[in-house]
Design a protein around this ligand. Structure first.
Ligand code: NAP
Ligand code: GLV
Length: 310
């Protein structure tokens, strides 16, 4: 069995070592632009370069070392439809998302962002507490990661809401779905958490119009993709006070350019796309299990539906 591996960061050795440990029957070949590769059975990629497409079109299955597949689906037309594109499901990302989102929610609820600013100014000033009943958290995207985040938030007693494409039921969570459910979902959400895949339907979902449906003084947490958010409109709505603050892990251009207005806005917290990192060992273990199942002709979970876009 031969695996074609591409790592944009060039750090291939630890991956080869882990595949050697968990899938010893596989030979791992590193993809290099302009070099002729031997025919491979499977490809393991994250955001493949366009030059890799001829090789990707020859394998039996493509494994993506991430949860989101927007970076590979932009080349969907060049990858024959019979080749499954299989993404990571959780693989240690659920816990990381739970940590990141819970931290961000509690930071706003307990006004720790304001106390940080006060402390920098040498100010000792207790602020009125927020009330939990006014602090409904709405998670857009109730998939593998969104569900994990809702579970993590449950013990704190906030009103919880979720929005998905298809109808869902989750204990303790008020569920909304589809375009018809979006308005009501947004109007009752104080902290909006975006955990959606980026598709033509979800692109720019945090538009000015949709952000204006949130109550005055709402908070935004985007851990999905930068293109979900109308970036200039967020700055306007923060300046007007409609949005109180935002925590953003993802941006339309990454790394976020130094001249971007977000850097100048103290009510925007910026992190460099780290809310849930691909964990190498967990990923290799999951890809190994899926390759073994696939090779046996068994059903594999995480196959991307190219029509849906996730
Ligand atoms: P997932 O399991 O595929 O879940 C996607 C969820 O979004 C599903 O609940 C789906 O609804 C919902 N959805 C999709 N299109 C929709 C639409 N048009 N309207 C309403 N709901 C819609 O994905 P996941 O594993 O949870 O990952 C979610 C995203 O997180 C990834 O795509 C990626 O962009 C992002 N991510 C970011 C990082 C980071 O470090 N920042 C790390 C990992 C992942 P149904 O359940 O009805 O299908
Ligand atoms: C990271 O952003 C991922 O989609 O896994």
């Amino acid at each position: 069995m031969r695996i074609l591996l591409h790592r944009a960061d060039g750090k291939t050795e630890p991956w080869i070592k882990d595949f050697g440990k968990y899938l010893p029957e596989a030979e791992v070949e590193i993809w290099h632009a302009g070099e002729k590769n031997q025919a491979c059975d499977y490809a393991v990629v994250w955001s493949p370069p366009e030059a890799m497409l001829p090789e990707l079109a020859q394998v039996k299955a493509i494994f993506v070392t991430g949860a989101g597949v927007d970076a590979i689906l932009k080349f969907s037309d060049a990858i024959p439809a019979h080749i499954p594109i299989i993404r990571l499901e959780d693989a240690g990302m659920g816990m990381q998302m739970a940590e990141y989102v819970t931290h961000s929610v509690l930071r706003y609820y307990r006004r720790l962002d304001e106390y940080e600013a006060q402390a920098r100014a040498g100010q000792w000033l207790p602020l009125p507490q927020h009330h939990k009943e006014d602090f409904a958290i709405g998670v857009m995207g109730m998939g593998v990661l969104g569900t994990r985040v809702l579970e993590a938030l449950a013990p704190f007693g906030f009103p919880l809401r979720g929005w998905s494409r298809t109808q869902k039921a989750m204990p303790g969570v008020q569920c909304f779905h589809g375009e018809d459910g979006l308005d009501t979902f947004l109007r009752g959400t104080r902290v909006l958490v975006c955990m959606l895949p980026l598709t033509p339907d979800t692109n720019n979902i945090m538009s000015r119009t949709n952000m204006c449906k949130l109550p005055q003084g709402a908070f935004l947490i985007n851990v999905a993709r930068g293109a979900h958010l109308a970036e200039p409109d967020l700055v306007t709505l923060i300046k007007s006070g409609h949005i109180a603050a935002a925590t953003l892990d993802v941006f339309r251009n990454e790394p976020l350019p130094l001249q971007h207005p977000f850097w100048q806005e103290p009510r925007i917290t910026i992190t460099p796309h780290i809310s849930a990192l691909t964990l190498r060992r967990e990923s290799v273990v999951q890809v190994t299990e899926k390759i073994r199942k696939f090779a046996q002709g068994e059903q594999v979970a995480g196959v991307v539906d190219r029509n849906r876009g996730y």
